[in-house]
Write a protein that binds this ligand. Structure first.
Ligand SMILES: [Mn+2]
Length: 344
């Protein structure tokens, strides 16, 4: 079928050319084709339906961010239709509702964070952040004062995400923040070569309704407790994990392996390692643990699971886990965030 010029498409859809340009920039309504020479935009007739929907919602005064959420809803999804219907009814009756949260089951988290320098180290190079929508643990490396800078840098890059991020943008937002942090580390190392060896791990969770974005690089970990079972939901980017995966060593050999500390991936000034990114579904009743390797390198997984399954209060559980690491000799900094998912 013949493509429509911008002018034809604007007339047919009731949107101005200026609006079409804006909606393209926002990713709401990208043209079917942009001529590489002239830059002229062309649209398919089939895009008219979406354009008319955008025009109609704009006439109602619906904010662009909410329109974006509506457009990504699968049209056959009954729950999504209900959400849109309730939004429109609320909107037309003058009530304000949060479209991003309403698209999902409303969940909240009860969280606690604890960190300890341990018994051996002179600095605490771990950094953490815990807020209503964002949980993050980073373990810095690179020697005196530098590891702290690296872990704080990535946490600072993530901190602005502790707001209402639409669920369709969770992974983009996390990926973007991690890349920005990598850029900052590169700038710091270029300005001060003594910092060129610094780097950090990162494990973070970002909530939007019942959707959960997970970003992970290095050997900090995330665990999920669901239905009385404990699952490690991140995979360490370490040499020993790779050797385990290849069947070259056994679980029992990990603890005594001479290179058990060696990371294959971290966020640093020299590499462009990809973080693991994953979208997950949270449920009321879930419990999450984010922790630095000061916990799992010292405390065995059964003892960690026992605390997670038996200590009800998140802060008491985080404190009990830290105590296990200290009782085990506290050879490293240790940080734990325990978060319980509850119906809002
Ligand atoms: Mn550590």
């Amino acid at each position: 079928m013949a493509l429509l010029s911008t002018g034809e498409f604007a007339r047919a859809s009731g949107l101005t050319r200026k609006a079409l340009r804006l909606y393209d920039e926002l990713g709401l309504l990208p043209p079917a084709r942009v001529d590489p020479g002239t830059g002229y935009r062309c649209y398919e007739p089939a895009q008219l339906e979406r354009a008319r929907l955008v025009a109609w919602l704009r006439q109602l005064g619906m904010p662009l961010a909410a329109i974006r959420v509506v457009l990504v809803l699968p049209s056959a999804d009954a729950a999504a239709k209900r959400t849109l219907g309730s939004f429109l009814i609320s909107y037309l009756s003058g009530k304000d509702i949060d479209m991003t949260a309403a698209a999902n089951e409303p969940l909240a988290i009860r969280y606690a964070v604890r960190t300890d320098i341990g018994l051996v180290r002179e600095d605490n190079e771990d950094a953490a952040y815990a807020g209503g929508r964002l949980l993050a643990v980073a373990d810095g490396m690179g020697g005196h004062a530098h590891g702290e800078v690296a872990s704080a840098t990535v946490i600072e890059a993530l901190r602005p995400l502790d707001v209402a991020v639409p669920s369709s943008e969770l992974l983009n937002a996390l990926d973007h923040a991690v890349r920005r942090a990598g850029g900052t580390l590169r700038d710091m190392a270029a300005a001060d070569p003594s910092r060129s060896g610094m780097g950090t791990t990162l494990t973070a969770l970002l909530w939007s309704g019942s959707q959960l974005g997970l970003v992970h690089i290095g050997d900090t970990r995330a665990y999920l407790v669901r239905d009385g079972e404990v699952f490690q939901i991140t995979r360490d980017h370490t040499l020993v994990q790779a050797l385990l995966d290849d069947g070259k060593i056994t679980e029992d050999e990990v603890a005594s392996h001479p290179k058990r500390m060696l990371l294959l991936r971290a966020l640093d000034a020299h590499h462009d390692f990809e973080p693991d990114l994953e979208l997950r579904e949270a449920q009321a009743g879930d419990r999450y643990l984010l922790s630095s390797d000061g916990l799992h390198a010292t405390v065995d997984v059964d003892a960690i699971a026992n605390v997670l399954l038996t200590v009800a209060d998140p802060d008491d559980a985080a404190a009990a886990l830290i105590k296990l690491a200290i009782d085990g000799g506290g050879p490293d900094n240790v940080t734990c965030i325990v978060a319980d998912v509850v119906a809002a």
